[in-house]
Design a protein around this ligand. Structure first.
Ligand code: C2E
Ligand code: MG
Ligand code: MG
Ligand code: MG
Length: 289
């Protein structure tokens, strides 16, 4: 068992996994969920002009008893394959709603416009999902319009069933964000059908966006994409968030390209709730004016 647990992450994505290892991993994730080993960290979403915190993204972590903090990149794909993402995602949703409502109660309605957990497409296929969202909101008294569900842009979001679920969520007042925008294969056609309120410009277009020495076409291309996405979102009445901002030059450049809101290590790393509470007490993160 020890060996299996240490070994499972070595399988490359999409590789055939022996049935036994698959079952073991499913069991390990299930055990971790029952044992309460998952935590949410929160990353501030910030007004680039004045540093005001406009929201938080909730990011799951696995506090493994022997491996320490495990990143979601390691276990979310496995949770999706094994189906454990459904109960895990339900826990994430409830915990994010609980914490969001607690912050609103402590700091008032102006402290936080939104709390944004990530949702896997797999969860949208669970027949109880819309009811789970409603129950998480009602159970903790979080207004629906304070919840943003982040969905990674992907072709599967275009399925008829998934679109129906997304429209039900939209009709219930919950807002939807297209995460990692620009990395999928279907950005434009998806945007037309998807009831999105927010578009999150992927980090890959933010990396290097501040560079503009002559003869760096890659940086020029990133600026062009960033500007075009901001204009497209504006024309469609969508809000934008620029992801993965790591320095002030990027924040300044993105402001000039049409982004008023961003997220990234420069503005605040994902952190435990108690640390974010301290930031919320100050209302803003420190950025260069
Ligand atoms: P994401 O939703 O696009 O989240 C942003 C990721 O970028 C987070 O990684 C965050 O820590 C990281 N990040 C933020 N700012 C910066 C930056 O300035 N530089 C760099 N290098 N990275 C930055 P994390 O927490 O490891 O999450 C990775 C992905 O795992 C997420 O991408 C999301 O797709 C998925 N994920 C996380 N939590 C959940 C969850 O509760 N449910 C589901 N279904 N997926 C989740
Ligand atoms: Mg996200
Ligand atoms: Mg993202
Ligand atoms: Mg991502």
């Amino acid at each position: 068992k020890q060996r299996g647990r240490a070994n499972w992450i070595r399988y490359a994505d999409g590789m055939e996994r022996p049935a036994q290892a698959h079952a073991q991993l499913a069991g390990d994730l299930r055990r971790a969920l029952d044992a309460g080993e998952f935590r949410l960290h929160y990353q501030p979403i910030v007004n680039l002009g004045d540093g005001r915190i406009v929201g938080v993204e909730a990011l799951v972590r696995w506090e493994h008893p022997t491996r320490g903090m495990v990143s979601p990149a390691e276990f979310i794909p496995a949770a999706e394959r094994t189906g454990l993402i459904v109960p895990l995602g339900r826990w994430v949703l409830r915990e994010a709603c609980r914490q969001g409502a607690a912050w609103l109660a402590e700091f008032g309605p102006d402290a936080l416009e939104k709390v944004a957990p990530n949702v896997s497409v797999r969860q949208l296929h669970d027949p109880g999902f819309v009811a789970d969202v409603a129950a998480a909101l009602a159970g903790h008294g979080l207004p629906a319009d304070r919840l943003v569900l982040e969905l990674t842009e992907s072709a599967v979001l275009r399925g008829q069933h998934v679109l129906r679920v997304l429209h039900e969520l939209h009709d219930s007042g919950v807002r939807l964000a297209l995460d990692d925008f620009g990395t999928g294969e279907s950005s434009l056609s998806l945007l037309r059908a998807f009831p999105a309120a927010i578009v999150k410009l992927d980090k890959s277009f933010v990396d290097g966006v501040e560079l503009d020495e002559p003869g760096t076409p890659a940086a020029d291309a990133r600026q062009a994409v960033a500007r075009a996405v901001a204009q497209l979102a504006g024309a469609l009445g969508l809000e934008t968030v620029a992801e993965g901002i790591e320095n002030q030059e990027q924040a300044d450049r993105l402001l000039r390209l049409g982004y008023t809101v961003g997220q990234g290590y420069h503005l605040g790393r994902p952190m435990p709730a108690e640390q974010l509470t301290a930031l919320l007490a100050a209302r803003r993160v420190k950025i260069a004016a």
